[in-house]
Design a protein around this ligand. Sequence first.
Ligand code: SF4
Ligand code: SF4
Length: 458
Amino acid sequence: MTMSTSPLSPKNLIFKTNNTDEKIYVREQHGVFQQIRRSLAFVLIALFILIPFIQYDNRQAIYIDLVQQQMHIFAFTLFPQDLVIFSLLLIFSAFLLFYLTHLYGRIWCGFTCPQTIWMLLFNWVERRIEGTHHQSKALDKQALNLNKLAKKTVKHAIWLSISLLTALVFISYFVPVNELYYPFFTYTLSSTATYWVVFFAVCTYINAGWIKEKMCQHMCPYSRFQSVMFDQSTKLVTYDATRGEKRGKRKRSQEKPAGLGDCVDCDLCVQVCPVGIDIRNGLQYECINCGLCVDACNSTMTKFNYKPGLIAFTAQQLNNSNIKKHISYGVAVILTLIAMMVWAVSWQSYDVNILRDRQALYNINHAGKVENTYLFKIRNKSASQKRYEITLTGLHNINIVGGSIVTIQPNALKVISITLESLQPQPKRVNNFSFNIKDTQSNTMITKESAFYSRNDG
Ligand code: SF4
Ligand code: SF4
C-alpha cells in the first residue's frame, strides 16, 4: 500500500486501498464536523419536506406539472421554451461546485450530497437498533434467532418508512401535496403516481441501506474527475505523517515512548470512516472529505493530552494558490449569475407567436377589400386571467377586423386568428409593420414585426 508524505498532489491519489466490498460497520462519532453535517442535514431535509407545502396565489408555490409541461416557482410559470434558465442554473451550480471543490475538496460529497445525508441517517438508525458497530457486526455473525430477527425487522421497517417518506416528498414536487399524501394513505392515488412513489422508495432503500458508499465509489462520476480540480492550495482531510509516525500503541497515563510519533494507533479514524478507508495511507479517491476521522482523531489527541490536528483539513501549500484559477472560476460564476439576472428581469408573463396564414398571401373580401390573416398564439404564463390588447404600428388605413381584446385564462395557450382589412381598394404592400400586444393589467407590451400583402404581390 502506498504511503506518501506529500499526499495532496493529485498524482498521489490512491485508486484502490482496501477491500471495499466488505460491509462497513461505521462507528458513531461526535465532534465539530459531525455537528456541522447534522445541522446542515437537518436544515436541508426540513427544506426538502416543507418547500412543497408553501402556497402562493392559492396554489403550490414550487411545483412541476409534467402533464402541462409547466414549472411553477412562485410568480413564475416556466414552459419548455424557458429552458435556458435551467441551463444557466446548471452551469452556475457546476461552476460553483468546481470552485468549492478547488477550495475544499469534496465537501459537497461529505456534507450536503443527498447520498451521504441519507446514508448517514440510515447508519444512525442502525446504531440505535443494533447498538455499536461492534455489536452490529456481532449480530450479523449470529445464526438467525428471535433477537436478531426482531432487530433486523425493526431496522428495515424504519429504513423502508424513511424511504417511503422520502419518495412521497420527492413526488410532492410533481403532484400537489393536497392530492398526494391523503390519497396515497387512503389508496385513492392514481396508479401512475403510486408507481413512482413505490419506485423512488425502493431506490432510496437500496441506495442508502444497501449500496451506501459504493454509490460514491463506483457509480458517481464526480468522484472520478474531482482530482483535476485539486491543486496544492486545496484543503483536504490529511494525516500529518511527519508528526504521527512512527505510530504505536501506548497508555494514556504514560509519557510518549521514545521513537514514537503522535499516532497512538487507536484505529478510530478507520472505524468512523463511512467509506472504509484509512486516511493514514494518503489521499484516496474514496475520501469524501466528511471530516469524521478529524473528529475521531481530535478526541483521541485530547484524551492523550496531545495537540489536536494530527488529521485535519489542510492544504499542502497555503500560499501556492493559483490566482488564475480563482479568477477563472469567479468570472464564470459571476457571468452566469448576471445572465440569470438578465433573464429574470427580461422575463415576460406572456409569450406571443405570430404566423401568417399559409393558405393565401391575401384575400379579397365580399366588399372587395384586401385582407391579410395572421395566426396568433398567445400564452398567458401567469397565475391569473389576463386581457391583452392588440394594436398596430406602421400601417395606415388598415384596421383590425372585429375585436382587438383577447382574454386568456391562467397558464393557458390561446390560438386566435386576426384579420387586417385595408380601407383602400388598392393598398400598397407594407413590409414592416408591428403588432403590439399589451397586457392591460401590467401595461407591459410585446412587439412583433410582420408584413401586409396586397393585389400587386405574389
Ligand atoms: S478518510 Fe476521513 S474525511 Fe475521508 S471519508 Fe473517511 S472519515 Fe471522511
Ligand atoms: S485516530 Fe488519530 S491517533 Fe487514532 S489511529 Fe487514527 S490517526 Fe492515529
